[in-house]
Design a binder for this molecule. Structure first.
Ligand SMILES: [Zn+2]
Ligand SMILES: [Zn+2]
Length: 360
């Protein structure tokens, strides 16, 4: 198989050939079709998450087809179209038993990892998936069988960004109809928060970003108002746009600096709910005024949109097919794996809602 491997932090990914074993008991071989380029992969490249072992095949927003199954596999068959999930839920831990699959203790892992044909080193798969590759072997429970009549790149987006954003609104915050919502950051996840707010029936959806092209996209995805935080204080502007009170809900879909995390709390009204959706680097401290929450406000974390993938992935595809969830519009560029480093450059420049790597 061919894969893009990260050997050192802050270095380009190396596209090379790896050898892969046949799937073992309970494992499946997936021929990958599309994998989205996510900020989380970029965090790993930058060394923000030093707990990720190297070398590793990045990529975790992936769709493909089951090409082979190991012994004992029951829930998927050869030929199934699947979306891979890095939080399938083990079914046994306390969180799974309570229905909180997204915070299960386990990540998918396989018995034997791919090996580089060139260097001979064993190569890890990010969050057990390793989606920037022509193939991967994953446990059966990480492959969610889905409809064939949605294109693969659209399906891939459901594996991370879309479910993270829409899920944070619908599953984590449970946004109420007619409420006001602010969203900080209009990348793939933020745009999905905006879409989630629209699906939930929010009355006002205020999008905040520093790039005008992103704010234009926000309108296309359902924002009713936009705020360029480079020109104005977003907290003041959000209050002004929400009867001087602040919004009922606020979503922070950046997770890079302290400032926007604090603003996402300051801009809500009494009883307001702030959800931190972005995945921050290790060690990013946030200082809040101790009275920030005094009027019964709350801050919630949301991890992959509090999703239960075997329920939520098919649900997202239904919303897409019913015309309620825009996925085509989210796909800005597609690249062959050889151009993967260019895809990360475009993401860094803030040019795209989402790029995908596609394999024929
Ligand atoms: Zn992601
Ligand atoms: Zn579990």
């Amino acid at each position: 198989m061919k894969a893009a491997v990260l050997y050192d932090y802050n270095h380009p990914l190396k596209v090379e050939s790896l050898s892969l074993n046949a799937p073992g008991p309970g494992e499946v071989l997936v021929k990958i079709h599309s994998t989205g380029v996510c900020h989380s992969d970029w965090h790993v490249i930058k060394g923000d998450w030093p707990h990720v072992p190297l070398p590793t095949v990045l990529g975790h927003e992936t769709s493909g087809v089951i090409e082979d199954i190991g012994s004992g596999v029951k829930t998927v068959q050869v030929g199934d179209h699947v979306i891979l999930t890095w939080k399938p839920g083990c079914g046994r831990c306390e969180m799974c038993q309570l229905g909180h699959i997204s915070v299960c203790d386990e990540v998918p892992s396989v018995k034997s990892l791919p090996v580089s044909s060139e260097s001979g080193s064993v190569v890890n798969q990010l969050v057990g998936l390793g989606g920037f590759a022509t193939h991967t072997v994953v446990p059966e429970w990480a492959a969610v069988s889905v409809d064939r009549d949605v294109p693969f790149p659209q399906k891939a987006l459901v594996g991370c960004a879309v479910t993270t954003g829409v899920g944070s609104v619908i599953n984590t915050a449970k946004v109420q109809q007619g409420s006001t919502v602010s969203v900080f950051g209009c990348g793939g996840v933020g745009l999905s928060c905006i879409q989630g707010a629209k699906i939930a029936g929010a009355d006002k959806i205020i999008a905040v970003d520093i790039k005008e092209n992103k704010l234009d996209m926000a309108i296309e995805f359902g924002a009713t108002h936009t705020v360029n935080s480079q020109n104005v204080d977003p907290v003041e502007k959000i209050r002004e746009l929400s009867d001087g009170l602040g919004t009922h809900y606020s979503f922070e879909a950046i997770g890079v600096v302290e400032k926007t995390l604090v603003q996402s709390v300051e801009c809500t009204r009494k009883k307001g709910v702030t959800v931190w959706v972005g995945a921050p680097p290790v060690g990013l401290d946030v200082t809040l005024d101790s009275r920030s929450l005094v009027f019964e406000k709350s801050i919630l974390g949301s991890y992959i949109g509090s999703a239960r993938p075997h329920i939520d992935f098919p649900k997202m595809l239904k919303l897409y097919k019913n015309g309620m969830l825009k996925l085509d519009e989210m796909l800005s560029q597609s690249h062959p794996i050889e151009d993967i480093n260019l895809a990360f450059d475009a993401m860094k420049r803030g040019e795209v809602a989402r790029s995908v790597i596609t394999f024929e």
